[in-house]
Design a binder for this molecule. Structure first.
Ligand code: HEC
Length: 136
């Protein structure tokens, strides 16, 4: 009986050690398995921060394509169409400062800042520059 106990106890101890020794391996494997989830979350966090970067001034092209095109795209209200050299020629001849003023303050059916008061002077000017460039 004593002999049996001497054999069994170490055997149990070895089994227990083996079981414990297995645990770290399983944890590693678990970490490996959930890693892609962690990576996706990181990617999500990275893209979630991009709108903040979008707080920078919009480009002239972007403003024209989103705001000014509402009228200037199809020549609504007799506005000079984007890229229409004949319509823009005489206006460009007035000088770019006059065009800036019209765009900033409005002119006849042309609303001040294209009806978008949130746009800065610099943004309106770069939109005018873009319109002028398209008609040259
Ligand atoms: C609601 C329609 C509308 C929107 C939106 C609009 N425009 Fe106009 N725009 C006009 C009309 C109409 C004219 C012609 C005005 C005139 O000469 O009687 C015009 C003329 C202009 C001119 C020529 C002004 C001149 O002195 O000859 C510029 C430059 C211009 N728009 C820039 C812009 C810019 C930049 C935007 C966007 C930020 C914009 N417009 C958005 C209707 C619009």
């Amino acid at each position: 009986m004593i002999k049996f106990a001497r054999l069994v106890v170490p055997a149990i101890a070895v089994l227990a050690l083996m079981a414990c020794g297995k645990q770290p391996v399983d944890e590693e494997k678990t970490a490996e398995l959930i890693q892609p989830v962690g990576r996706v979350e990181m990617a999500g966090a990275a893209s979630a921060s991009t709108p903040e970067a979008g707080g920078a001034p919009k480009s002239g092209e972007e403003i024209v394509q989103t705001v000014c095109t509402a009228c200037h795209g199809a020549g609504l209200l007799n506005s000079p169409k984007i890229g229409d050299k004949a319509a823009w020629g005489p206006r460009i001849a007035q000088g770019v400062e006059t065009l800036y003023k019209s765009a900033l303050e409005g002119k006849n059916a042309m609303p001040a800042r294209g009806g978008n008061p949130a746009l800065s002077d610099a943004e309106i000017k770069s939109a005018v520059d873009y319109l002028v460039k398209q008609a040259k």
